[in-house]
Design a protein around this ligand. Structure first.
Ligand SMILES: [Zn+2]
Ligand SMILES: [Zn+2]
Length: 288
């Protein structure tokens, strides 16, 4: 085998493969996997849509070994009960989220999780951390494998220190860009709803997401999925243009409300990347 072939295979086995199966208030489901196993973050579209979309992407659903649930809003759990039952999939969900979700899950499949503590699924590890959102017990996740970190950061009212700390360690991220300030302000939503969306427990605006990216983007970040775009208060073309202008070589992908994105390969970084640290340092808090 040539050196080139060896490095190709090595790259393939060391990479993570990621896609958004759907993203938005009509349903969220994010796939992160390596060559042998995968996990889903949320299952907010039907089981049959998950199957159909994964098949189109030539992803094997039997590789999926667990589903992690960010919070109980319908757009994150609507397909979960059927999916978990059909494939006997372990579901990682906190007690509070489970209670508020009213999901009827098989007890033997349910596990709780604690923030900042990694859960190991084969070679993949998943770490949750709390986020600001109007749900019972909402979490963001970082999925890691072979020193590659992928963040799933949607449904966030305020970019808190936790988010900044984890974003800075990601090679790729699904980052919420929910609304354009002007479109929300001038749109037809009632005033209370506008305030809920832009409140500190609502959603991230394009501006907030862009500021997080331009200020805290790590040099090794390669892909950013702009996620959970509002149907009425945002425009995919606008978001694409806004982020492309500041991309600095990062591939910007709009995670669609209607279909799956292609699968993107996130290779192990050639640069020396510090080991993933799930904890925000006390020093960072002290000076924040
Ligand atoms: Zn949502
Ligand atoms: Zn939500």
């Amino acid at each position: 085998m040539s050196l080139r072939e060896t490095s190709f295979l090595c790259n393939l086995f060391m990479s993570l493969f990621i896609t958004s199966l759907n993203s938005g208030s009509n349903g969220n489901c994010y796939y992160v996997g390596n060559n042998t196993e995968a996990i889903l973050i949320d299952a907010g579209i039907s089981c049959s849509e998950i199957e159909k979309r994964m098949k189109r992407l030539m992803l094997d659903i039997h590789k999926v070994k667990a589903v992690f649930v960010s919070h109980e809003h319908t757009d994150h759990i609507s397909g979960l009960q059927v999916l978990a039952k059909k494939y006997k999939l372990p579901v990682y969900i906190t007690h509070a989220t489970h209670r508020f979700s009213r999901l009827k899950l098989e007890k033997s499949l349910v596990s709780d999780f604690t923030s900042h503590q990694s859960i190991v699924i084969g070679d993949i590890s998943v770490t949750a951390f709390p986020k600001l959102h109007d749900a019972a017990d909402p979490y963001s996740f970082v999925v890691s494998c072979n020193q590659i970190n992928v963040g799933v950061f949607t449904d966030i009212g305020t970019p808190c220190e936790n988010l900044v700390h984890h974003f800075k360690q990601c090679h790729a991220a699904f980052l919420e860009a929910n609304y354009d300030d002007e479109m929300l302000e001038n749109g037809r939503y009632p005033y209370f709803l506008k305030n809920r969306i832009r409140g500190e427990k609502g959603h991230l605006s394009n501006k907030q997401a862009l500021e997080l990216f331009t200020t805290h983007r790590p040099s090794f970040m390669t892909h950013l999925f702009l996620s959970h775009l509002s149907k009425n208060n945002n425009c995919p073309k606008l978001v694409q243009q806004l982020f492309d202008e500041q991309a600095c070589g990062v591939k910007m992908i709009i995670a669609s409300r209607n279909e799956e994105t292609p699968v993107y390969q996130i290779p192990t970084s050639l640069n020396i990347v510090p080991a993933y640290n799930p904890h925000v340092s006390q020093l960072a808090f002290a000076f924040a």
